[in-house]
Design a protein around this ligand. Structure first.
Ligand code: AMP
Ligand code: MG
Length: 470
């Protein structure tokens, strides 16, 4: 049987300067590691034999209707503008319109060199592929907007980082791969016609109600404000919030050195390359505003009179901290049982976070324990917690079912770093049981009974730093 997916490619209809047509590089001996059949159904992909699907999602065979291409983009990396990035180890196979009516990209990551590879080999090894597979699907189950994982495939080839490692390809799905950096590349080159065309494309795809570039800016800012609040509410640190890793769709993208907080501290940084803490946990709310200011700057350039748009753009950017605060308050309010928290409640929540920080309390387990009525044990200084708890109980009086509110807002199990590292080590040795176990538990993070996965790392298990590792 031949695999015939209902591809409906729109990016490939944009002018040639937006991308380079590029087939994935065939690999030696592809072998399936994981396949997300529920997502495949959502994408309207047909059933096909395992060898056929493996050939397609490893880049071995280009399916009928695909039109593979590498996208061009640029971006600010740690604050410095890099004029040329682009898909250096990925190709967009094509798009389908899902059973929910939503258009999505299917991209292969680790699929070989492209004209944008610079000095890279275009490949990925199994570690980062499984990391992204597990964490992106966990984020989806947590209710956080994110790219999804469709398939992970071993290539049967070694790739070389510091040592030889098993090569792998991730098939990734996104509502689009448009990034702030996709706009920046044309704005910085002064290609205003292309910039306008891209803006219209983004509006058609993500915000059909938008009439102007500033309407698009407003919509993207709203999505990104919600996204960052969602990250913070589950203790997620993206780790590389460069403008090329910042989507127009409002989905989390590029799971490199990302990590979830164990013991709470607002300055937590895991990424080994984030030396100044630019992308630390609590800085994310500031950096996203900076990123959106870069987006605004790029968008403005297409206006006949860019200066005339500055006022509107500034107002949109200036509104963002307030939007983030509101989204943060709604999410953290729910985590302490409040269905409609007011401004005073921000202090109550912040005071709890301060207690947690002082005592090195585990972020996930403290909120879980709060929801189950036994949070006291999470604290060293119990007298302080008790004093906070009296204020809290007082405030909860009017809430009909705070327990339910809290349990729906605070997961029991998250992909903890030490579990991810153990899972990768086992997979490299050929044992995929830890991967399967994580996938099962993380599919139901609020209700799973695999409570052994709740344990924070011991001193010896702690993962002090995470790496891009691509
Ligand atoms: P990232 O920080 O992972 O989003 O990647 C930043 C840029 O480096 C993007 O343009 C990637 O395509 C490129 N890149 C990362 N890893 C590789 C690789 N192994 N080969 C080629 N390009 C890469
Ligand atoms: Mg990236």
């Amino acid at each position: 049987m031949t695999f015939t997916a209902p591809f409906d490619n729109s990016y490939a209809d944009l002018p040639a300067g937006f991308y380079t047509r590029q087939d994935p590089t065939p690999v030696r001996a592809p072998k399936r590691v994981a396949y997300n059949s529920a997502l495949a159904t959502l994408l309207r992909l047909p059933d096909a034999s395992e060898p056929e699907l493996t050939a397609i999602f490893s880049g071995q065979r280009v399916p009928l209707g695909a039109d593979p291409l590498a996208q061009l983009y640029a971006g600010h990396q740690f604050g410095s503008y890099n004029p040329q990035l682009g898909d250096g180890r990925a190709v967009l196979l094509g798009e389908t319109i899902g059973t929910d009516g939503i258009r999505r990209d299917i991209q292969l990551k680790g699929s070989g060199p492209t004209p944008y590879s610079r000095r890279g080999d275009g490949r990925a090894w199994l570690g980062p592929v499984l990391r992204e597979y597990v964490i992106s699907e966990a984020m989806h189950a947590l209710g956080v907007p994110t790219t999804r994982a469709l398939a992970a495939t071993l290539t049967g080839e070694d790739i070389y980082r510091e040592t030889a490692l098993p090569g792998a390809v991730l098939a990734r799905v996104a509502q689009s791969h448009l990034r702030v950096g996709t706009f920046q590349v044309f704005a910085h080159r002064g290609q205003n016609a292309e910039l306008s065309q891209l803006t219209q494309y983004a509006i058609d795809r993500h915000d059909p109600g938008a009439k102007t570039p500033m309407d698009l800016l407003r919509a993207v800012c709203a999505r990104q404000a919600d996204l960052v609040a969602a990250w913070m509410s589950v203790g997620f640190i993206h780790g590389v919030m460069n403008t090329d890793n910042c989507t127009i769709s409002g989905e989390t993208i590029d799971y490199g050195p990302c990590a979830f907080i164990d013991d709470y501290h607002e300055d937590t940084v895991f990424s080994s390359i984030d030396r100044t803490g630019r992308y630390a946990y609590s800085n994310q709310r500031h950096v996203i505003v900076w990123n959106m200011a870069q987006f605004a700057t790029a968008l403005l350039q297409q206006l006949d009179d860019p200066a005339a748009g500055v006022e509107e753009a500034t107002a949109i950017i200036d509104a963002m901290p307030g939007q983030i605060d509101a989204a943060w308050l709604a999410r953290f309010g729910a985590k302490v049982g409040l269905t409609s928290p007011g401004p005073d409640d921000a202090t109550l929540i912040q005071d709890l976070l301060t207690l947690m920080q002082n005592d090195g309390a585990d972020f996930t387990n403290t909120f879980d324990a709060l929801a189950r009525g036994d949070a006291r044990d999470q604290f060293v200084n119990r007298a302080r917690f008790d004093r906070w708890s009296i204020r809290w109980q007082d405030r909860l009086c009017d809430e009909p079912a705070p327990q339910n509110t809290m349990q729906a807002a605070s997961p029991r199990v998250i992909p903890r770093n030490h579990r991810i590292e153990d899972m990768i080590a086992a997979a490299v040795a050929g044992d995929f049981a830890p991967f399967d176990r994580l996938m099962t538990a993380l599919a139901d993070p609020y209700g799973t009974d695999d409570l052994d996965l709740m344990h924070p790392p011991t001193k010896a298990q702690r993962v002090p730093a995470t790496f891009c590792g691509t």
